[in-house]
Design a protein around this ligand. Structure first.
Ligand code: CA
Length: 485
């Protein structure tokens, strides 16, 4: 039986591996005493906790989040990590200097009304047209429930609009944009893509020339075929690692996530940053309680202010809905041994590794700074994944404790389990088993290196993560904090 895991020598709770993942008191903890994990206060004991007793949510008072106004934002100066030279992958170079890890045709939609039509057209393109263009991987219908029946000029509405715009600009679409519009919707094509010029790029279903449903589908297929011809001429070429944009996320976390999968991903993140890649971590409610640890890592006062601005925006957003960050943990998180959001956040930010934070992007914005970025998103798996794709992500790394068959059509998703039991239960869904760290069978650095190599292989099309082998492509989910009408 493996020894319980203590993360920091100050900790008075430890995580036991068997018989199930749970957190126990390492010594007697008096009522009112701080309970420490990761060397940080995760709560105050509401009663005396005996040595060896399992520590659950009901035994802890949730501490207040770190106050944003008292953080020192001005005197940050983290050291950069030493560079790692010569790391390359095989990608599709784009005209704008980015590179794709896939060669996909994206079909944008302005409004939900056209979604079913576009999905039928995409299915027919896959069956009837795509076989003639063997160098194109797939066709992705960018369908969503936005575009009309919404307060499109209200504060917050810019988030779903810029998300849809930036999704179409994802490097895996090779710079080819086409859109399907209904005609009468609020989100007009010119508002979605104000800068596109040149050849016709919108199929407007209400136009006079389309006299039946068959005409509409045929027009979408015609527009697609033209673009598939150009995409098909592309080939993978050697690209520097600086053209990788790797999004990190967790879902269904447990008490092990913060000591196995997330630190291993953090080590991979450091290697990627050192190799020149752009890497993002996200999930505001899982960063909020660790913000005092992240501010000193911001590369400048400007970045620190942007990080705090995103935290404050989310605090206000949750307060408007009558909630706070304690609404985040799920029944599964708690069953998996996470007592509250503080403990979850301290484990979640381990994914960010140790590199300086070079930039902050708001929800739906492109991440522009090379190196580690904070991309502000909700923690919801599908909204976070969608917003990271809009930020420019071309590889996704996803850690999980409870397990989820998550996948995305637009980018490879590498799934990392926090426990070996999950990899044993789901051998054909989990790509990397970080549970070996808990049993002592592998070091954090070893699993981190494995994830780093997997990212390069998946980016190059040499290795397909399980989600792609099964075609597990979850739908996009937009973040719309503005009113629906
Ligand atoms: Ca998540």
């Amino acid at each position: 039986m493996a020894a319980p895991i203590r993360v920091d020598e100050r900790d008075n709770v430890v995580v036991a591996l068997e018989p199930v993942a749970h957190k126990v008191a390492a010594r007697k903890i008096e009522a009112g005493e701080a309970v420490l994990r990761y060397g940080q206060v995760i709560g105050l004991a509401v009663r005396t906790i005996e040595e060896g007793e399992a520590v659950g949510e009901d035994m802890l008072d949730l501490p207040a989040p770190p106050p944003l106004e008292s953080l020192d934002l001005e005197s940050v100066a983290p050291q950069p990590l030493p560079p790692l030279e010569g790391i390359k992958f095989e990608g599709y170079l784009n005209a704008d200097g980015s590179a794709g890890t896939r060669n996909l045709l994206g079909i944008s939609t302005t409004v939900q009304c056209v979604a079913a039509t576009v999905e039928i057209a995409a299915r027919r393109i896959r069956e009837e047209v795509l076989p003639r263009f063997p160098n194109v991987d797939d066709v992705v219908a960018l369908t969503h429930p936005y575009g009309c029946g919404v307060a499109i000029d209200a504060p917050g509405a810019e988030i779903p609009v810029r998300t849809l715009r930036n999704l179409a600009l994802n490097p895996n679409f090779g710079g080819e944009v086409m859109a399907v519009s209904l005609g009468c919707e609020k989100l007009q094509p010119s508002r979605l893509f104000p800068l596109i010029q040149g050849e016709p790029w919108v199929v407007r279903l209400q136009d006079e020339e389309y006299r039946c449903f068959g005409d509409m589908v045929a027009a979408i297929m015609r527009f697609a075929e033209k673009r598939l011809g150009r995409l098909d001429r592309r080939r993978r070429t050697q690209c520097p690692a600086s053209k990788l944009s790797v999004g990190l996320q967790c879902g269904g976390s447990d008490a092990f996530s913060g000591v196995t999968a997330n630190p291993a991903v953090g080590h991979a993140a450091d290697l990627l940053v050192r190799a020149g890649a752009t890497v993002y971590f996200s999930e505001v409610t899982e960063v909020r309680d660790a913000v005092h640890l992240l501010v000193p890592r911001c590369a400048s006062a400007e970045v620190a202010r942007a990080l705090v601005r995103e935290m404050a925006w989310y605090d206000a957003y949750l307060a408007r809905g009558g909630a706070d960050r304690s609404a985040n943990p799920t029944p599964g998180n708690k069953r998996g041994g996470l007592a509250n959001i503080v403990e979850k956040a301290l484990g979640s930010v381990a994914k960010s590794g140790t590199a300086p934070i070079m930039g902050v992007a708001g929800p739906g914005e492109r991440a522009a700074a090379p190196g580690l970025n904070f991309v502000a998103t909700p923690a919801s798996d599908f909204i976070c994944g969608t917003l990271q794709l809009a930020a420019g992500m071309n590889v996704h790394v996803f850690t999980t404790g409870e397990g989820t068959p998550y996948g995305l059509a637009m980018a490879p998703v590498i799934k990392v389990s926090s426990r070996s039991a999950l990899k044993e239960k789901w051998p054909d869904l989990i790509d990397v088993d970080a549970g070996r760290i808990a049993t002592g069978a592998a070091a954090v650095e070893e699993v981190g290196r494995e994830i780093f190599e997997f990212v390069l292989d998946a980016a190059s099309g040499r290795r397909r993560p399980w989600a792609d082998q099964w075609g597990l492509h979850n739908r996009l989910a937009l973040f719309n904090p503005a009113p629906v009408t």
